[in-house]
Design a protein around this ligand. Structure first.
Ligand SMILES: C[S@@+](CC[C@H](N)C(=O)[O-])C[C@H]1O[C@@H](n2cnc3c(N)ncnc32)[C@H](O)[C@@H]1O
Length: 230
């Protein structure tokens, strides 16, 4: 049994290994084992694009880590998420520092938050030290390929899953004017304010700040999950 356990959720980007971030690559280098999702119940990686990306990164960056399969059948069942977190708990007990990788960005329809929700409930001390590393989304890469903006000037971006039903929505508010009041911005889910992210003076506030202080401000109204939804 190891002393310290650290779980890092690593976004790999949309498929091209060159589109991984330095932070994500460093996390893979710094860990003791890498959990890779597979849709094969026998744990093989024959159909795993994620496995190929990780192998390519290790070869090119000159490092090797044991890879363990995490069976992710995409059936959206409670017992599957539980089996996945238990696989991660076992790997953490064996290796200490473990990464779990997913495609694209972990904030966009990824397995990561199904697992983190369960870890938060079952192992709050482990959850508190978990890191999530963001990545390039598939649609960012599509935009770059097409040389077309996703939004610019007087336009906005919508991400619509093809599910044919009304869905709770996350809304990102950006490009505010300094000094503007946030009073009129609707608050439907869980609002958070992010100022100067990644820069000196970074500030993250629960809720809306009343007045915008900096141009580099995002307000995000995170959707509230329907307890019956998958
Ligand atoms: C479960 S979502 C994961 C999205 C991913 N986390 C992201 O940041 O783009 C899978 C969907 O994303 C889109 N997608 C992901 N990777 C893609 C790729 N390399 N090419 C085209 N579409 C992709 C497809 O619409 C696919 O059905």
């Amino acid at each position: 049994m190891v002393d310290t356990q650290q779980l890092t959720m690593v976004s790999l980007g949309p498929g091209d290994p060159d589109l991984i971030t330095l932070k994500a690559l460093n996390a893979l280098k710094d860990c003791e084992a890498i959990g890779v999702p597979t849709k094969s119940s026998d744990g093989s990686f024959d159909r795993s694009l994620t496995y190929r990306i990780v192998q390519s990164l290790m070869r090119r960056a000159g490092f090797e880590r044991p890879i363990f399969p995490v069976y992710t059948p995409m059936r959206f069942r409670e017992e599957d998420w539980q089996a996945q977190v238990e696989r991660l708990y076992a790997a953490l007990a064996e290796h200490g520092r473990v990464c779990f990788v997913t495609l694209g960005d972990s904030g966009i329809y990824s397995t990561v938050y199904y697992l983190l929700d369960r870890i938060a409930e079952q192992r709050p001390e482990l959850y508190a030290t978990c890191d999530v590393i963001p990545g390039v989304t598939s649609f960012s890469q599509a935009s770059a390929h097409a040389k077309k903006p996703l939004c610019v000037g007087e336009s906005q971006l919508q991400i619509v899953p093809l599910l044919d039903k009304e869905l709770p929505t996350t809304t990102v508010y950006m490009r505010p004017k300094i000094g503007m009041s946030t009073e009129a911005i609707p608050e439907e889910g869980t609002m958070m304010t992010f100022e100067d992210l990644g820069f000196a003076g970074e500030k993250i506030t629960e809720g809306k700040i009343p007045t915008v202080r900096r141009y580099m401000t995002l307000l995000i109204d995170f959707f509230t999950k329907d307890p019956h939804a998958v």
